[in-house]
Design a protein around this ligand. Structure first.
Ligand code: RIB
Length: 312
């Protein structure tokens, strides 16, 4: 296992349009927001940034539109040292966008408009076998077409790379074949959507995480917000990792910081429990600043938090 693993992210690239609100509007309600900002995002791109800042060699495979957002988003990924040779520009298509409201507690609500992300097809994936040959681990999410996710899983398996799937956003029903991954990383709400069970207490958390393993995942690493994270593996490993206590500014992208760091830590040969603890620290730090990519911590910041604070 290498200290500097190669992480291949196949996924979305969005421009986030963010407004802060005192509270989320109810249906039919208008609320006055505060400030407006555009900020680089997209679950795939955020996870790529997390992996790169954790010290991995990172390759991004995705699509942007031929517009100012697309050019900007590609540039910021390159500035983070991410190989974007396979981020294609799609003519006559808008770059993916996300409308995000962040409330006074830092919680977010997100609506995405897929744009060029939806033009990423299996034909973009199958000729790129050499990237999967290079990669130690492949990271996937669900903001691109499901058949493209399946194609990436096929190639990853053919080239014996580990697969991490962040099942977000959940489509109506998660097809069975998408559980055939090494690690699935839902948050509590996504785990509830997949299983139909409410994860309000630790006993149910475990049951829900186990259900995802029973459906075929090698392990579930569930992000349970201010309760930390939970690991349940097919080998019977169960670990509950306590959260770090931080002042929350904006939770956007925290799950992506978690998943990107989890992938790097696993590729470096850490146990799942140790990797989830590192991911907890990364996710916590990502909540302390505004925005998605702008808030993703570096490995040094993660290391310092882990040295300074015992998770509780
Ligand atoms: O996970 C946060 C991300 O979800 C945002 O950056 C937004 O673009 C959506 O993809």
């Amino acid at each position: 296992m290498s200290e500097q693993p190669t992480v291949l992210v196949v996924g979305s690239i969005n421009m986030d349009m963010v407004v802060r609100v005192p509270q989320m509007p109810a249906p039919g309600q208008t609320v006055a927001g505060e400030g407006f900002a555009t900020s680089p995002g997209g679950k795939g791109a955020n996870q790529a940034v997390a992996a790169a800042r954790a010290g991995a060699d990172c390759i991004m495979l995705g699509r942007v539109g031929d517009d100012p957002f697309g050019h900007k988003l590609r540039d910021v990924l390159i500035d983070d040292g991410i190989n974007c040779d396979n981020v294609k520009t799609t003519p006559e298509t808008a770059t993916g966008t996300a409308m995000i409201m962040v409330d006074s507690l830092g919680e977010n609500s997100i609506v995405i408009s897929g744009g060029a992300n939806l033009a990423l097809t299996p034909d973009d994936i199958f000729p790129r076998g050499e990237l999967f040959e290079l990669a130690d681990i492949v990271v996937l999410q669900l903001e691109i077409p499901l058949q493209t996710v399946r194609a990436a899983m096929d190639l990853a398996r053919r080239h014996r790379c580990k697969i991490v799937l962040d099942p977000s956003p959940i489509p109506g029903r998660l097809p069975d074949e998408l559980f055939a991954v090494d690690i699935i990383t839902p948050n509590a709400l996504e785990a509830e959507q997949i299983t139909g069970m409410q994860t309000l207490e630790e006993r149910v958390d475990r049951q829900v995480a186990s259900m995802l393993v029973e459906r075929g995942a090698g392990a579930t690493v569930m992000k349970i917000g201010n309760r930390g994270s939970l690991v349940v593996s097919a080998e019977g490993e169960i670990a509950r990792l306590a959260p770090y206590r931080i002042d929350i500014v904006d939770t956007t992208g925290a799950g992506d910081a978690f998943t990107g760091n989890l992938a790097v830590a696993v590729a470096r040969g850490n146990s799942l429990a140790d990797a989830a603890q590192i991911a907890n620290a990364a996710g916590a730090l990502a909540c302390t600043k505004f925005g998605a990519q702008t808030a993703i911590p570096t490995w040094d910041e993660i290391r310092i938090l882990m040295e300074d604070q015992q998770p509780q």
